[in-house]
Design a protein around this ligand. Structure first.
Ligand SMILES: [Zn+2]
Length: 314
């Protein structure tokens, strides 16, 4: 079984006991999602020492104002600019120029990718990212255990950080993910329309898939995301007694697009408890029950779908 989205960094888990408990529960693979580059670095170190652990690199919308743009980020991100048309970022385009000077050295995988990237969409949002921040991002992503960019996206639940900063960070990271050839994990709360607008704007340019983590927009919005190639992960909320909307979304979702996650330490299927990837069996059992399939079939389908979306976990 697999947990495609959990957080360990600075969450106070007791290792190695917790990891042993997770393995004993039958969870062989855990993808550790980053909120910040510091968390991604923490997870990268953990993954070096633990078989079956993988990580993502990215900046959560809650920390969007820490995303390092040169100067202020564009006030309205390009894809949502009123009146249409791309807003050209007035900031210097860093990385391609500098990396092109690395002749002779093979460089990291991501650097090589960038050197060969003349065919990629020439940026916009990503070109204004501060050089040191961007190179840190790329070096974390070059680790072979880094399987995706995430979690990135939009969260309009609280007034901060402001929407423009969130959208700029989201767009910049979508572009970086595409340059790196990595899928993305998306966090989206109370921001369905803007999330769809940005994903639609990038749709033709993106070759790699994306995950709607902890999907909460209900069955009525499922097709809009499916048309863009989305995968959906469902967690402990699915097990709550009042989870009607989530249960309807699982029921309406094609089997091969469903993944399992815990979002540990949050959203335990057992209210009030600290969540752990060791709870994945309870969640997968619930998903199998909703879909009317055997537990084995649900486990096998999730495993194949996860490998399709995150090829590096194999
Ligand atoms: Zn998360």
């Amino acid at each position: 079984m697999i947990d495609v989205h959990a957080h360990f960094a600075e969450e106070g888990y007791g290792f190695p006991a917790e990891w042993e408990k997770i393995k004993a529960a039958g969870v062989q693979t855990v993808i550790l999602a980053a909120d910040t580059l510091e968390h991604a670095a923490w997870h990268a170190k953990f993954c070096k020492e633990h078989e079956g652990a993988f990580f993502t690199v990215g900046v959560h919308p809650e920390f969007a104002s820490s995303f390092a743009f040169n100067g202020t980020p564009p006030t309205l991100p390009s894809t949502l600019k009123e009146g249409g048309g791309k807003k050209k970022c007035p900031l210097p385009a860093f990385p391609r120029v500098i990396l092109n000077e690395c002749e002779g050295s093979r460089g990291t995988e991501s650097e090589r990718h960038l050197r060969d990237s003349s065919a990629l969409p020439q940026n916009d949002a990503a070109s204004g990212v501060v050089e040191g921040f961007r190179s840190r991002f790329l070096s974390l992503a070059a680790d072979k255990k880094c399987v995706a960019v995430g979690e990135i996206g939009l969260d309009y639940h609280y007034p901060d950080p402001d929407k423009a900063a969130q959208r700029a960070a989201f767009e910049a990271q979508l572009e970086i993910a595409e340059e790196l050839g990595l899928p993305v994990q998306i966090h989206s709360r109370d921001a369905c329309a803007d999330t769809l607008a940005i994903l639609r704007a990038y749709h033709g340019r993106r070759k790699h898939g994306f995950l709607m983590h902890c999907y909460s927009y209900g069955a009525e919005n499922l097709n809009d995301f499916l048309e863009l190639g989305a995968y959906f992960s469902f967690g402990g909320v699915t097990c709550f007694k009042n989870a009607r909307r989530v249960v309807e979304a699982v029921a309406a979702c094609p089997m091969e697009r469903i993944l399992s996650e815990t979002d540990s330490p949050y959203l335990s299927p057992f209210r009030g408890e600290k969540n752990t990837p060791a709870n994945i069996p309870v969640i997968v059992e619930k998903l199998a029950e909703i879909k009317g399939v055997s537990l084995d079939e649900m486990i096998g389908t999730i495993r194949r779908s996860a490998a399709r979306l995150f090829p590096r976990i194999q």
